[in-house]
Design a protein around this ligand. Sequence first.
Ligand code: NAP
Length: 265
Amino acid sequence: MGLLEGKNALIFGLANERSIAWGITQAFHREGANIGISYAGEMLERRVKPLAEQVGCKWVEECDVTRDDQIAAAAEKAAQNFGKIDVLVHSIAFAGREELTGPYYNTSREGFKNAMDISVFSFVALSRAFQPLLNPGASLMCLTYYGSVKVAPHYNVMGVAKAALESSTRYLAYDFGPQKIRVNAISAGPIRTLAAAGVGGFRDMYKHFADMSPMRENVTIEDVGNAAVFLASDLSARITGEVLYVDSGFNTIGVQMSAKEEKSE
Ligand code: NAP
């Protein structure tokens, strides 16, 4: 029997087969969850529907998280279709390309607001809108990145947004705790996705990560999917307000040496 058998799971932020949300969707499907998928933009027919079909998902709803009416409509449709929800995954972020290169001090007011709205506030808004549907023991989760706690050049306003997202995770965990609903974040190492392509210098960072992480390996969407299964399942029943690193140990390194330097020792 799968770890998520009998659980209803909603996943927000599926764009294509490279999306972290797709790794999570596949892992949830493998573990027997009943899945609903939400997407934004115009990818529905071409990208999202064929993926949803692969996991037998019939609930595919558009939801632009900058729109309160669309969030409310998604919650209403989820209530009609699923009744109650056990798992909600927020795998959404956005910052304009111009904000993800050059110095952080060049961030525009509009760019700052947009990044915060789409990448942070949306998690709060979804949590509030879906609260009436959540079963006791439900698990909410979001995706973050190490650029929240240390400087990752070019990550800029998105690093600041991820810091706010991780802090929001702790506040939401506190709010929902009495209802036995858990809220956690997964901090994934760099993965080649649509969103990542917008970050200046991503290719170099991706390579550097594989050279420098203790496990000398990049992270895959399957790795993140498996960690998400753990957080979604009852195996993590007393874990809330946490940031779980899925990064081959990269965040544990204080001083980095290249493989060449290490060999010469
Ligand atoms: P992705 O496939 O491009 O997913 C990002 C998703 O955010 C897309 O589905 C996108 O939809 C959605 N989105 C953007 N604006 C939205 C809006 N207004 N309303 C609703 N959805 C919106 O990239 P990803 O890398 O898998 O990103 C998923 C999450 O993982 C993000 O939070 C990201 O910061 C995080 N993360 C990524 C990495 C990495 O290296 N890739 C590492 C750590 C954490 P559209 O494309 O249709 O706009």
